[in-house]
Structure formats: C-alpha cells, structure tokens
Design a protein around this ligand. Structure first.
Ligand code: SAH
Ligand code: SF4
Length: 394
C-alpha cells in the first residue's frame, strides 16, 4: 500500500479528487475539510457526521499531521515562537504575534533561502528545500488550534485566534509558488480559515514574474522588501536585484495594485547603520516612489543583528530622522515594533539559534547536554530538552 496521504496537503479541490479516488462522492470533501481546518481534528473517528465508509477508508490511508514540533518559546510580550523539524537537520519557525485588535501568524515558506540577503540570517544559511503546501498551511493549522485550546474561554472554544497571516518567516514565498498558491487558497477558503485577502500578506524580495502570477491567480496583500533606494546598493543587499532591478520591480508593483485588495503596497526597509539610513537616501526613496507612481506605505524595520552579517542596527535617532524625511515628503511611514526580541523571534532572526553554530555552541556551554549520535542541529535541539513532538502533535 502507498504511504498514507497527509490531508493537510490538499486544498478543497485536491481533497475532492482524493475522495473520488477512494470511491467516495466529491462533496464529502467539504465536510472533511471543515473538520480538519475549522475544528482542528486529526482523528477520523472524531468526525462523527462523516459517512462511516469514508471514515474507515481514511483511517488506513490518510493522516492529518503538521511537521514535528521541536520547541516552543514564549516571550514576555506574548509572542510565541515554534520551531518545527523539516527533516535532514533543518528547522523552520513560525511566530504568533498577539496585538489588542488582532493575532498575526508569521509563516515560513522554505527551509533556508536562496536569495541570500546580506542582512538576513536565513539568507546566510543558504537554501535547503521548499516546504510543501501541507507544511506551509500546517503551521497555521497547528498554531490556530493550539491557541484556541489555550486562549479561548470554555464557552467559546471555536473563536478564531489568528486573524492575519504574513508570509514573512523563513524563505522567499515567491520562489516556492507551486506550494504557496494552494496554501493561500486554504487560508482564504470559507470552509477553511476564512481569512480575507486583505489579511493575508505575501512578502517578497522581488521575484517579478511571480508577482505577476500572484496578481492573476490570487492577489492578496503584498509587501515588498526594498531596503535600498538605488540599484547599486540593492544589488549588494538583495542579490535578486541583479535579475529584477528596481525599475522592473516597481513597475510590477504598480501593475499589482489594480487587482490588490489594498490600495497600497507595503515597502519593507531594514535600517542598517551607515548603509541605507541617511537623510539623502530617504530623499532618494521619495524620488523613486514618486517616479514609479506606486501608492505605498513604508515599514521601517530596525535591523536585528547577528554576528556573521557584519552589520549593525541604525541608532533610534537615525531611524526617527529617516522616518521624518519620508513623512515630510508625503509618504506614509511607520517603524515596526520589534516583538519577541528576547526569544530571537524578530524578523531575520528566525531559526538562527538552531542553525547558527556560534550560538548553538554558546548554548551548549551554558547547559551541557549529551548529544545523541552527534548528529544534526535538530538532534541537538532535541537533546537540549525540548518538547517531544509526539506530545504536542495533534
Ligand atoms: N523572503 C521574503 C519574506 C521573508 S523575510 C522577503 O524577503 O520579503 C521578511 C522580512 O524580514 C523582510 O522584509 C526582510 O527583509 C526582513 N529581514 C530579514 N532579515 C532581517 C533582519 N536581520 N533584521 C530585520 N529585518 C530582517
Ligand atoms: Fe530570503 Fe527574505 Fe531573508 Fe532575503 S530577507 S534571504 S529573501 S528570507
């Protein structure tokens, strides 16, 4: 018999095809999809209103399982970071960021990243592999249903906790488009998570042809990681710029806006001391966006340093001055609050702790542990007394 299919891999269409293969009616898929994504069920016996014949078939041939959980860390500010085992020594991270009026989940799309931005610890790791659709949406499935159990009052167990999703974890989502698209569909599906297109954001370093594809297929909110006002600097910071330079990138942003659910593109801009943070560069940015005609909002991200980057965070006064130049120039701009700093859950720090050998070594020195088989970093994380995946998996 073939290995059991993980039903998290299927959007509703895919699940209907799977039901058909089992000799069941396609419409059963909607019921099944709701059990999995709306109720968080993983045990087919629990799905009492499904035909018994279907439940019996599923029991032998299907599973519902997110990636094995390696650890969970909670920050003093309520941010929660989960580390999942992506196999072969790779770990990926998912971060929940609660705010007064919303709960945002930051999801990873790849183990590592091939773009190799200078200021990003994921980029410094290099590329390991694409996550599958089930691994992408499984982060949401896992987090939503874990959090409901923990945070919802007994009288309201099904209240939605995650109201927004941002594809801003590890990886470049638009370099994993085939897996991303069904995952986005499942997030938006009314029988799934029912999120509106405005509340799901894809963040990209600027894969121009895939921005065009997303515009045609499923235009959700778009964030573009800009980081520099000119091609020479952007070529250096975001190497993908050599392939898709600023003029092309901004033209695709403009084109995206005619279908986008919001009437602006978010430009992310990581503030690097003495590199891209001068008043003159802020003025160049103003000129650049004015030329391009792209309606936008700037989100300035204080750089989260890590040793190999050789870069440092712009001082607060510099960030404020830069912000003021943009605002005085008539552009909406904000500074991103750094969340989860104490658990290395902030932008660009993801999985650094596991993959970064310097830090791993420091941790080992603090709390010596016996390493099983001297193996992967994931094995080391396990040895460091982190959660047994089987205990936390649902
Ligand atoms: N690959 C996509 C999405 C993941 S990165 C992209 O680049 O847009 C999400 C955001 O975190 C990006 O804007 C990225 O530039 C930013 N980022 C990466 N490393 C960072 C760091 N060390 N400090 C602050 N922001 C960082
Ligand atoms: Fe990849 Fe985004 Fe990091 Fe650049 S910033 S290396 S695109 S994850």
């Amino acid at each position: 018999m073939n290995a059991a299919a993980n039903l998290l891999e299927f959007d509703r269409e895919g699940l209907a095809a799977f039901c058909e293969q089992l000799g069941e009616k396609r419409f059963r898929a909607t019921q099944l999809f709701r059990w999995i994504h709306q109720k968080g069920a993983a045990d087919f016996a629990q799905m009492t209103d499904l035909a018994k014949s279907l439940r019996d078939k599923l029991a032998g041939r299907a599973t519902v399982a997110a990636m094995p959980l390696l650890s969970e860390q909670a920050s003093g500010d309520g941010t929660i970071k989960w580390l999942f085992d992506a196999g072969a020594g790779n770990a990926i991270e998912t971060v929940f960021i609660p705010e007064d009026d919303r709960g945002t989940l930051c999801i990873s799309s790849q183990a590592g990243c091939a773009v190799g931005c200078r200021f990003c610890s994921t980029g410094h790791q290099g590329f390991s592999r694409n996550l599958t659709t089930g691994e992408i949406v499984g982060q949401l499935w896992f987090a939503e249903h874990q959090l409901r159990q923990r945070l919802n009052p007994p009288g309201d167990p099904d209240r939605r906790v995650i109201t927004n999703v941002v594809m801003m974890g590890m990886g470049e989502p638009l370099q994993n488009y085939a897996a991303l698209l069904p995952a986005l569909r499942m997030m938006l599906d009314d029988h799934g998570y029912g999120l509106s297109r405005r509340r799901v954001t894809v963040s990209t370093s600027g894969v121009v042809p895939m921005i065009e594809r997303l515009r045609d297929d499923l235009p959700v909110a778009l964030a573009v990681s800009l980081h520099a006002p000119d091609d020479a600097l952007r070529d250096d910071l975001v190497p993908l710029n050599r392939k898709y330079p600023l003029a092309e990138l901004l033209a695709s942003c403009k084109h995206y806006l005619d279908k986008a659910p919001r009437d602006f593109i978010t430009f992310e801009y990581c503030m690097l001391d003495g590199v891209n943070d001068s008043d003159a560069q802020a003025r160049e940015l103003l000129a650049l966006v004015a030329r391009s005609g792209v309606a936008c909002k700037f989100n300035l991200i204080p750089f989260n340093p890590f040793p190999e980057s050789g870069l440092t965070r712009s001082p607060n006064e510099r960030v404020t001055a830069f912000l003021r130049v943009l605002q005085d120039g008539g552009v909406v701009a904000t500074v991103r609050k750094t969340r989860g700093d104490d658990i290395a859950a902030a932008c660009g720090q993801l999985a650094g702790e596991v993959q970064d050998r310097t830090n791993a070594k420091a941790r080992m020195t603090r709390a010596p542990v016996k390493l099983p088989r001297g193996g992967s970093e994931v094995a080391r994380a396990r040895a460091a007394g982190r959660a047994d995946p089987q205990e936390t998996r649902r």
